[in-house]
Design a protein around this ligand. Sequence first.
Ligand code: AMP
Length: 408
Amino acid sequence: MKIFVVNTGSSSLKYQLIDMEGEKVVSKGLVERIGAEGSSMTYNNNGGKKQVVERLMENHADAMKLVFEVLTDKETGVIKDVSEIDAVGHRVVHAGEKYNGSVLINEDVVKALDECSFFAPLHNPPNIKGIRACQEVLPDIPMVGVFDTAFHQTMPDYAYMYALPYELYEKYGIRRYGFHGTSHRYVSAVAMELLGKKNSKIITCHLGNGASVAAISNGVSIDTSMGHTPTGGLIMGTRCGDVDPALIPILENIEHLSSKQIDDVMNKKSGMLGVSGISNDFRDLEDAFHHGNMRAKLALEMFDYRLKKFIGAYIVALGGLDALVFTAGIGENDYETRYEACKNMEFLGLYLDVEKNKSTKGELAEISLPESKVKVYVIPTNEELMIARDTKCIVKEMEKKSEEVVVE
Ligand code: AMP
């Protein structure tokens, strides 16, 4: 079974074609600058050399057509015809309270996701464009939606409600939703396998340019750091994370900023970039810190401290901890951040293997000492694989149901 996994942004389209026999990536690529000058596609087939195609692509449909040209190219392609693709899995950011798991896409689902564009105006519309562009090329192939918010739909109301007038929740659905759900679900499932039990208390730290922490009890998300939007929670590359909400009217007054401008400041000019004035990238910041830059030092210390506070809060929320998991760009690669997060945690029975931590970069590893009661894992995330697995599962179920109908 071959599954095509799609993740569309406002001007980008990322894809993977996965052969579910052995879960092997047959082709992966990225189209960038859709609708702008200099649009191009970078891809590689069968893990081979990176290839680049430069072509003007006015919209996501053009981008999708190019992807399928590349996949079916007579000489360099990986499939003879699009009919070799059995199903498509789409990453969609926001499904509101509508879906708590992945679903087969039909017109009602697209309509519901379109309604959720209210919550994620920058993400859901391009995700829907991706679905439409795919339907043009593959009109008869089943498609599945996998949602970033779905995994966190298990949070109890006292964890997801804000202390705002209740009517705002009733009228507009204003509440914490949480994001990175597919990643938290994937790495927590791997951690449960490593622990050898589902009955477990796990904290997953997805630390990339966007960052969030989740508290997972027996495989179920009970709290997470991002909020109604992905701006809340941890300090991120360019996002501020949690700040005093009363700062917004203050900023309006003193800096004469509109709400759109404040949104821009909080999402694009804050976080590690805003504090350091140097970069949003941890590699640049650590380099600057080791060369004595005090603002890089401050930004890193702020990040570590905020992360630690969330971990502490979630240990209490979970009533203990079996495993702490690090994933995504920083979590998988940056031993200094992991070290800081695990420092002085011996009182909990968490003993980091300092050398193992230092030598672990981008691969699955247990980085706690054997005697550590709390296990610490680095688990590379794989959202595409999770999407492909969900897609396979839903398509198989659909096939089974239609067989049952025929039998009856
Ligand atoms: P992601 O959003 O998961 O792709 O993560 C991207 C971020 O990971 C970058 O902005 C860097 O801050 C961080 N990162 C990636 N590679 C490294 C590395 N080798 N060391 C430290 N940080 C890294």
